[in-house]
Design a protein around this ligand. Structure first.
Ligand code: NA7
Length: 546
């Protein structure tokens, strides 16, 4: 890194933390508004999630044509996605393309881990410092740090003593990793592992999967995109985008499926016979993808409906996996389907029929410790050449709490959030003026198409800044009353669903000691957008300008 590159007491209109999709979108829009903007990014390139998560089989579980920026009609027409679900290298290429196409890179400093962000009340600016030695000030601070960007290393005894090759799925090396002739072990069976396991099994000599909790997984039904389908989609891109933006749930879906039609998706499971529900599930299973949870209207609200959908997946697992004990171990029973993020796989369950792949249920055979040579289970030592941790993230708040963020009166964000995150609309935090979080806790974020949610937040912030500029305001903040009301609303909406019934990372349950609070907003992207629009129309209800 060149010393000249270090920002020393630099001044900008805005500082953005993170050069993933949220940071890139923010920088592009701020440029259009004439704001001088600096991004600090921890990685050596853009892409965020798609920069770090390079594990074998990594791909998006949202469809490519929907999981992309809508702000440039030329970009969306010209960019060509190869598959229904884009693989990680292609999404990273897209992020790099965006950064070059819109000439964003000149305002991004890479290799910069932001250490501190302190608000100076007297000057009305945020001072940001990085581990590389930068220091810069700006009135406006945008946290575009991502929801799944702080890896979780499990506190398993001896985890650092393994003498073979050890990888964290979310910190995968940039060089190719080969498994030929190797005995590989993987801990974790979340989305990352479910994607990686079939790919690793295709070359490893032996693969042992250490599973604590089985997850529900549905087939991706991935494949090359049909050019005719793409052309038709691109002809109607505006309509598709609009449909995604106004969606009642997550911001995906097909235009031709009208949510209010009397298909099973708009009915309750109780209205459907077992045969009718099974037929609907089968249809969704064959179509593929996470939209499976939309098979009936109340799958995520009603316990019985959910159970019937879960049983369909159990039957699929039992029909696929030949060894009965392995099949039983793979059947999730400890949480309602969809309340932990449903996995989208390519041949996951089938992989366990291969003779060199073994599932270890660590509830029956607990991991006692990790040794230099492998994993010591109760009564058995599993020797490994390579150990992979696919153990997830300190989600939603991890990356924010990692930075020493201090608002008015020196209050630290981490302290303020000791009992769980508190925001207004997932966008602002009382006591932290001029700081916006993009897809922050309390917004649809991880329950939504992230690109839809990112663009909506960036649009909202830009409108707010335009309002400030028109009125001559320098500062915006939210108050505790609005924050309290929003947190209560987020909880109320979550508790009307089955989501809180799972010990998920949505609930902070995967991190020892983390408060159990349902963090994302489960009200759906469309209703949330309407709410934000109404806030703006209602003279920016809940925002205080000065
Ligand atoms: P997840 O979904 O949090 O999965 C992590 C997995 O690791 C999960 O199966 C955990 O089991 C397991 N885990 C975590 N700690 C341990 C210990 N100590 N011992 C054994 N197993 C453990 O993370 P992913 O990276 O797979 O996916 C995250 C998101 O990225 C995903 O939802 C997509 O949105 C993309 P547990 O369930 O806690 O028993």
């Amino acid at each position: 890194m060149s010393e000249d590159n270090i920002d020393r007491n630099a001044r900008f209109d805005a500082i953005v933390v993170g050069a993933g999709f949220a940071g890139l979108c923010t920088l592009h829009r701020f440029r259009q508004m004439g704001l001088s903007t600096r991004i600090y990014e921890m990685g050596t390139d853009v892409g965020g999630t798609w920069y770090w998560n390079r594990y074998p089989g990594a791909r998006c579980d949202a469809e490519s044509l929907a999981y992309s920026f809508s702000f440039s009609p030329e970009l969306e027409q010209e960019w060509e996605w190869s598959e229904r679900y884009a693989p990680q290298p292609e999404i990273l290429k897209y992020a790099i393309h965006v950064s070059e196409r819109f000439d964003l890179r000149r305002d991004i400093r890479f290799n910069r881990k932001v250490k501190t962000a302190h608000f100076n009340q007297g000057m009305g600016v945020w001072r940001v410092t990085t581990a590389a030695g930068d220091s810069a000030v700006a009135p406006l601070l945008i946290m575009a740090t991502g929801c799944l960007s702080k890896p979780m290393v499990p506190a398993i005894q001896g985890v650092d003593s393994f003498a073979g090759k050890r990888y964290q799925a979310s910190l995968w090396p940039h060089e190719p990793v080969a498994f030929h002739g190797e005995r590989v072990g993987i801990i974790g069976t979340g989305s990352s592992a479910v994607q990686a396991i079939p790919v690793i099994a295709s070359t490893a000599e032996h693969l042992t999967v250490f599973q604590r909790t089985p997850n529900f997984s549905v087939p991706a039904v991935n494949g090359p995109l049909d050019p005719g389908f793409v052309d038709a989609f691109k002809e109607n891109y505006r309509d598709h985008r609009d449909f995604h933006k106004r969606g009642l749930t997550s911001g995906f879906g097909d235009l031709e499926i009208k949510p209010r039609e009397r298909t099973p998706a708009a009915m309750t499971a109780a209205e459907l016979s077992d045969e009718a529900l099974a037929a609907a599930c089968e249809q969704y299973w064959q179509t593929g993808g996470a939209r499976f949870m939309g098979v009936v209207g109340d799958a995520l609200i009603n316990k019985d409906a959910n159970q019937r959908v879960a049983e369909f997946i159990h039957r699929k697992i039992r029909a696929t996996v030949k060894d009965p004990q392995t099949a039983e171990d793979l059947c999730p029973t400890s949480h309602p389907v969809g309340t932990k993020r449903i996995c989208v796989d390519i041949g996951y369950y089938e992989t366990f029929n291969q003779l060199h792949v073994r599932l270890v249920n660590i509830n029956r055979s607990p991991i006692e410790r990790i040794t230099a040579k492998g994993v010591q289970l109760r009564g058995e030592h599993v020797e490994l050449d390579t150990l992979i941790l696919a153990t997830g993230f300190d989600a939603m708040t991890g990356a924010l709490n990692d930075i020493d963020i201090r608002g008015t009166n020196g209050q630290q964000l981490k302290e303020k959030w000791a009992e769980g995150p508190r925001t207004y609309l997932g966008l602002m935090i009382a006591g932290f003026p001029n700081l916006f979080t993009i897809t922050g806790p309390g917004s649809p974020s991880v329950l939504s198409n992230m690109l839809v949610s990112i663009e909506q937040h960036v649009d909202f912030i830009c409108s707010c800044l335009q309002h400030m500029s028109r009125k001559g305001f320098k500062q915006v903040q939210t108050g505790l009353d609005h924050e309290d009301a929003w947190v209560a609303h987020v909880n109320e909406v979550a508790h009307a669903t089955l989501f809180p019934k799972a010990g998920s990372w949505y609930m902070g349950a995967n991190i020892p000691g983390k408060p159990r609070v349902f963090m994302p907003y489960a009200g759906g992207v469309g209703p949330y957008r309407e709410l934000c629009d109404s806030v703006a129309k209602d003279n920016w209800r809940g925002f205080v300008f000065s």
